[in-house]
Design a protein around this ligand. Structure first.
Ligand SMILES: *[C@@H]1O[C@H](CO)[C@@H](O)[C@H](O)[C@H]1NC(C)=O
Ligand SMILES: *[C@@H]1O[C@H](CO)[C@@H](O)[C@H](O)[C@H]1NC(C)=O
Ligand SMILES: [Ca+2]
Ligand SMILES: [Ca+2]
Length: 511
């Protein structure tokens, strides 16, 4: 992966949004050291701290706050395991706490008759790392597909696109125009932060993952990353401490007393004063989206069909997925490690099936079952797609940052990733962002799918991402498809479905 700005795939985030933030499941005070469920919450708090996407966070916290009382009584299905993230946009943009709270706690009405599950998703077999299987994608030629890792289940297919196809895709993207994948962070959200109304003690507690009464650097870094924003390194954080004289006793940790003396937007203000460079953002690239439905350029339609054959996904699902994302990284471009999708909780809706989710669903994430990433050129230097924890024996979010080495930092530490894929023109890699539920549908998020685009040291890097969107909630996916199929045809192809640009005001973040 690599790349992509956002979303991309590899790098990515969702056009629709993924990104992450966590829906915090209501967790009463953090249970033990780093439980990942709760651990996301501090992260959210940190974001508040930095003021990034505050609106989402606030609405989220309100939601959690107000709904934690009545909790799960009627939550049906899948309890989501994992961590969290993503919330994209709260139902009611903030305004009053009470209104979003109300929305949040409204229970989905007893829903319509269930759809019988008549589809079973194929999941390819990886067999073992290095295994090569032949696949038939175009008439008269067999492609070789090599297994690169089992966690995540990841494959590489050289020559998936011809040189001409690569050229056409790059030209179409240029014709359409590329936009910045990540905007600079905006200022001025203090008022919102105030509405949050958490005491410094409460925030401190949420941040203190190991509950030792001190904030270690990693505790702050780990949870400041999940969304697009300024990417802090351990050194940045030390400079901030020094600049703000935050660590009075100089032990490198923030105690509650030290923390209390900082205003809630101190870090953010400090960073903005220093000036933020593009290289300090989570993503440093430009991208655009190319529609692949009826009427689209022949090459784009063929790519979509080839992806359908490769992944053996139902064609309707591929048709209803996000358009093709094309991303360009200039020299110096990168995309720090991220997940393309987020965990899905009962409170979370997938961006692509939002239409079928009831309005009471306050949070949104991208649900990208599969990421197919294409390299449109061979890069002169750097630009690999890194999978920091591919096939690692275990996964522990907090261990991603140790001794000042941050495995998610693709400007510095790609060489320490477990797996790196070199960008080669025409090659496609694809992987599953979710596990199977064991019954032919989408299961839990696969945390090992963490990936990023290493910094391009020479030349330009072009990639494209094709995501296959599937809602882990089968009923919601089915309802969505039914709704879409009832719409007049033009609409359903073009506007509605997943043109990310139409999704929400917040899309730019993800794209
Ligand atoms: C959402 O809930 C309303 C009733 O409150 C219902 O009429 C509507 O069909 C539901 N939407 C979906 C997609 O289930
Ligand atoms: C990778 O696996 C090793 C061995 O189990 C473990 O010590 C390390 O923490 C893992 N890395 C991450 C980031 O979880
Ligand atoms: Ca601590
Ligand atoms: Ca200290």
């Amino acid at each position: 992966m690599t790349d992509a700005p956002g979303s991309a795939d590899a790098e990515n985030v969702t056009p629709s949004g993924r990104s992450s933030t966590s829906p915090l499941r209501p967790c009463e005070r953090l249970p033990g050291p780093k439980s990942s469920v709760c651990s996301r919450s501090y992260f959210v708090v940190v974001m508040v701290f930095f003021h990034v996407y505050i609106i989402n966070v606030i609405a989220l916290l309100f939601y959690v706050h107000y709904s934690s009382g009545q909790e799960d009584a009627g939550r049906g299905r899948d309890e989501a395991p994992g961590g969290g993230h993503l919330l994209q946009r709260p139902a009611a943009a903030s305004s009053s706490a009470s209104s979003s709270a109300a929305a949040g706690s409204r229970r989905p009405p007893p829903s319509k008759p269930d759809f019988a599950r008549d589809v079973s998703l194929t999941r390819l077999e990886g067999i073992r790392v290095g295994h090569v299987q032949k696949v038939s994608l175009v008439p008269g030629r067999a492609h070789e597909m090599r297994t690169l890792s089992l966690k995540p289940l990841l494959f590489e297919i050289p020559g998936f696109l011809s040189d001409d196809e690569c050229r056409v895709v790059m030209q179409l993207a240029q014709l359409k125009g590329l936009m910045e994948s990540q905007l600079m962070v905006q200022e001025g959200q203090e008022e919102l932060a105030k509405e949050l109304n958490l005491s410094p003690e409460e925030i401190f507690n949420l941040l203190d993952i190991n509950q030792d009464g001190q904030l270690q650097l990693q505790e702050i870094l780990t949870h400041s990353r999940v969304r697009d924003g300024i990417w802090l390194t351990p050194e940045n954080l030390r400079e901030i401490y020094a600049g703000l004289k935050a660590d009075k006793d100089g032990n490198g940790l923030l105690s509650l007393e030290e923390f209390r003396l900082l205003s809630s937007d101190a870090f953010q203000r400090f960073l903005l004063q220093q000036g933020v460079k593009r290289s300090q953002l989570v993503r440093n690239s430009r991208h655009t989206w190319l529609y692949q439905g009826k009427g689209a350029h022949q090459v784009l339609q063929e790519i979509k069909e080839r992806v359908t054959r490769l992944t053996r996904m139902p064609p309707t699902l591929v048709d209803l997925s996000e358009p093709l994302q094309v991303v360009r990284y200039e020299e110096g471009g990168h995309y720090h490690a991220h997940q393309d999708s987020g965990p899905v909780y009962p409170e979370t809706a997938c961006s692509h099936t939002r239409l079928a989710a009831n309005t009471s669903t306050p949070f949104e994430t991208s649900c990208r079952y599969i990421t197919v990433l294409f390299y449109l050129n061979s890069v002169d230097g750097g630009g690999e797609t890194a999978f920091p924890v591919a096939d690692n024996r275990t996964y522990d979010e907090v261990s991603l940052i140790q001794n000042d080495v941050d495995l998610m930092d693709t400007r510095r530490n790609c060489d320490k990733s477990n797996l790196r894929v070199k960008p080669t023109k025409g090659t496609a890699v694809f992987w599953y962002n979710y596990l199977s539920d064991g019954k032919g549908w989408v299961g839990e998020q696969d945390e090992y799918a963490l990936h990023g685009g290493c910094v391009v040291t020479r030349g330009t890097k072009w990639i494209a991402n094709k995501w296959i969107n599937i809602d882990p909630d089968y009923q919601r996916q089915a309802r969505y498809q039914q709704l879409v199929s009832q719409l007049p045809e033009e609409e359903n192809d073009e506007d509605l479905a997943l043109n990310p640009d139409m999704h929400s005001p917040s899309i730019h973040q993800d794209l």
